[in-house]
Design a protein. Sequence first.
Length: 70
Amino acid sequence: MINTRYYDGFEGEPELIVRDESREMIIWNGYFVTILNSILKTEVEKGGMPEVYSRQEGWYDERCLLRISR
């Protein structure tokens, strides 16, 4: 089952896909950017995905089944 609730109306724009064995959710990259930017403004150590994102290198991890397309 593909949930597009957070991508509807943004078709053609960059998307983020999160999935597990039986479900998939597609969200507009703008929502994801807002969440990550909020994390990056905190005093929390910037490791993992936030660190890679802050360097603008893109991110893909087969283990987590998360993909960002631009």
